[in-house]
Design a protein around this ligand. Structure first.
Ligand SMILES: Nc1ncnc2c1ncn2[C@@H]1O[C@H](COP(=O)(O)OP(=O)(O)OP(=O)(O)O)[C@@H](O)[C@H]1O
Length: 631
């Protein structure tokens, strides 16, 4: 019944202590945490603080012993070492020790050491037995406490062992955790690496995304462009289709045009042949030998009175000679010498005008006719000017113009299937000896030349330079070379060129393979030596010899032409080198043109008259019908 007076420990504290003393260690979680935080034994005053709510003086731990127990006896016990365990012990043993409390309370009231039972009565001094009994009771009480404390100690020791084990386990676990943490730090590094890689990839992705957008834009623009191109393509395809149709039509047209061309070529060839025939017929009607007279202008310009050129007639020339009266009583008499030629050119006639008249003859040379053109007249009458002319285009003479015309005509005939080869030679006849004007070797090694005639009546000169030419410039170059050679000889023999004949020959060979036609001809252009009479020159010695040779060759030229005109059986070609060389160009198979050049000076009257008489004789000749050298 006194149980209510025993010190009561709050359930909370008991439960806390009880749970901390759990032996199995399973539910030691909170207890362990408390132990880890405060592993030291609880000091007595701390217990007092907990229980009493304030910190009592140290002596107060003993005070309850000397005071009557009013529920604080247990607090005194609890102030002993291992208070926490003791509380538990008290709590756990409380039901068993009900009697201890009963006996302790009276003891406490007396001596304060026994504790326990409140309400004990005070023994009388004589009641020794009773006192002994109390003492014994106290002793038992203490023994019981002692045992209880021992038990508690044992329990605590066990608990300590468990706690140590637990601590050990926790240490192991901690080290495991640390290892795990260590391992996790590697993972963290890796995670950081992965994270940085991720951010790198993200940046790259962002870049790629940007690029992708650019590509998308590009693709869009290209798609637009593609669409445009497709449209253009379709337009072009339709254009192509139209053009293919046009092409087919054009092909048809080309085929028909080709047929037309072939047909027209045939017609052209036939026309060409007809033209040649007609051309030749015209030349024959004009005469195969024609004479043109050309009057050189006076040095001061104009014309002398003794030469009269009727303006209405381009073929007539009159030489008028005024003869003074011998007595002086009669009037002077005038004697006129009238001449007619194929054409008379006055002093104003240009080189072009002159050439136009002979260009038809030059054309004949390409048609396969031998053509010979020579200039006759006294020295200084204008022979060289007519045949060669000067350097400038408008003053170029017959030879360069004829060459130009021949090459141009040959080029045109090339379109009709004609192919031509040209061979040029330039020879000088001086004192009846031949000299190669295209010779380029040493002067000391100049070869001798002879005129040869083949069985086919072809005339050639031995050791002469025959130069193949294919254009006008090449020929002009050869003419320059010939002039150099002539001027070299000129320095050694004064005025030699006037006293020599120069003969330029262009051999022409044409072939038209498609038509199986060939032609061969020679264009012969001759600048004769001055035709002065022997008497006037009153030459002697070498000069006499020269004049004899010149006069001989020129008079033989007249004889040959007359013999040809008279169709005599014998033509004395070989009487002079000149006529021998010109044989093929003067015969019946040729067309001949003679220029008679006139000096206008009055003191040349006699020579002029002689020249005109000679030319007139030639003009009266009709050489047999020419025939083209065609196969
Ligand atoms: N139709 C012309 N118009 C202008 N000048 C001319 C004409 N004919 C000749 N001449 C000039 O007269 C001069 C003599 O002419 P050219 O040398 O041609 O005579 P040639 O008869 O050839 O003399 P040679 O027999 O000495 O060679 C030259 O200066 C020449 O330029």
């Amino acid at each position: 019944m006194n149980m209510s007076r025993l010190p009561v420990i709050s359930n909370k504290r008991v439960l806390t202590t009880s749970s901390s003393s759990s032996e199995n260690g399973q539910d030691l979680g909170p207890a362990q945490k408390k132990i880890r935080k405060d592993p030291e034994p609880v000091k007595p005053h701390a217990a007092a603080t907990i229980i009493g709510g304030r910190r009592p003086p140290v002596a107060a731990t003993r005070a309850p012993i000397s005071r009557p127990v009013k529920g604080m006896g247990a607090a005194t016990v609890a102030a002993a070492p291992s208070r926490g365990v003791l509380k538990q012990s008290i709590a756990s043993t409380a039901p068993k020790g009900g009697n201890m409390k009963l006996t302790a309370a009276p003891t406490a009231t007396k001596g304060g050491g026994g504790g326990g039972g409140g309400g004990a009565t005070k023994r009388h001094a004589w009641d020794l037995k009773g006192k002994v009994s109390d003492m014994e009771s106290k002793v038992r009480n203490y023994q019981t406490k002692f045992q209880s404390v021992n038990q508690e100690n044992e329990v605590l020791k066990g608990t300590m062992v468990d706690m140590k084990k637990s601590l050990q386990r926790q240490k192991i676990q901690i080290s495991e955790y640390e290892e795990e943490l260590q391992a996790l730090s590697g993972v963290r590094d890796e995670l950081e690496k992965v994270s940085s890689e991720k951010s790198g990839i993200e940046r790259e992705f962002s870049n790629l995304d940007g690029k992708y957008k650019v590509m998308e834009t590009l693709r869009d623009s290209q798609e637009t462009e593609l669409q445009t191109l497709k449209m253009k393509l379709s337009v072009q395809e339709s254009t192509l289709a139209r053009q293919q149709v046009t092409l087919r039509d054009t092909d048809e047209e080309v085929r028909s045009l080709r047929d037309t061309v072939v047909q027209q070529k045939d017609e052209l060839h036939a026309g060409e042949m007809e033209r040649r025939q007609l051309h030749n017929a015209i030349q024959e009607l004009k005469g195969n030998i024609r004479v043109f007279c050309r009057v050189r202008p006076l040095v001061e310009g104009g014309l002398s009175k003794h030469i009269q050129l009727p303006t209405s007639d381009t073929k007539a020339i009159t030489l008028a000679k005024t003869e003074e009266s011998h007595t002086g009583k009669t009037a002077d008499t005038q004697k006129n010498y009238n001449f007619n030629f194929d054409r008379v050119f006055g002093p104003q006639a240009s080189q072009q005008e002159v050439f136009e008249e002979i260009s038809l003859l030059v054309q004949s040379a390409l048609d396969g006719y031998n053509v010979c053109c020579f200039a006759y007249g006294q020295t200084g009458s204008g022979k060289t000017f007519t045949m060669e002319g000067a350097e400038f285009d408008e003053s170029r003479g017959v030879i360069p113009r004829a060459v130009k015309q021949i090459f141009r005509a040959a080029e045109k005939l090339g379109a009709q299937g004609w192919e031509f080869t040209f061979t040029a030679s330039f020879v000088e006849i001086y004192n009846e000896s031949l000299r190669d004007l295209l010779y380029t070797g040493k002067a000391s090694k100049r070869p001798e030349h002879e005129i040869r005639k083949s069985t086919s009546n072809e005339v050639t000169i031995t050791n002469l330079t025959y130069e193949k030419v294919s254009n006008e410039d090449q020929v002009l170059g050869l003419i320059m070379l010939a002039n150099q050679n002539r001027s070299t000889a000129q320095t050694t023999q004064n005025d030699r060129s006037s006293r020599s004949h120069s003969v330029f020959q262009l051999d022409i060979e044409g072939v038209n393979v498609g038509r199986d036609v060939k032609c061969k001809s020679t264009l012969c252009l001759v600048d004769l030596a001055g035709s002065e009479r022997l008497l006037k020159s009153q030459s002697q010695g070498e000069r006499f010899k020269e004049m004899t040779a010149i006069n001989g060759s020129l008079s033989n030229l007249g004889i040959v032409i007359t013999a040809l005109a008279n169709k005599e059986s014998y033509v004395p070609y070989r009487n002079s080198k000149l006529t021998y060389l010109l044989q093929s160009c003067l015969g019946g198979n040729s067309k001949t043109l003679m220029f008679v050049n006139i000096a206008p000076e009055s003191d040349s009257f006699g020579e002029t008259l002689n020249s005109l008489r000679f030319a007139s004789k030639v003009n009266d000749c009709v050489i047999g019908t020419a025939s083209a050298n065609r196969k």
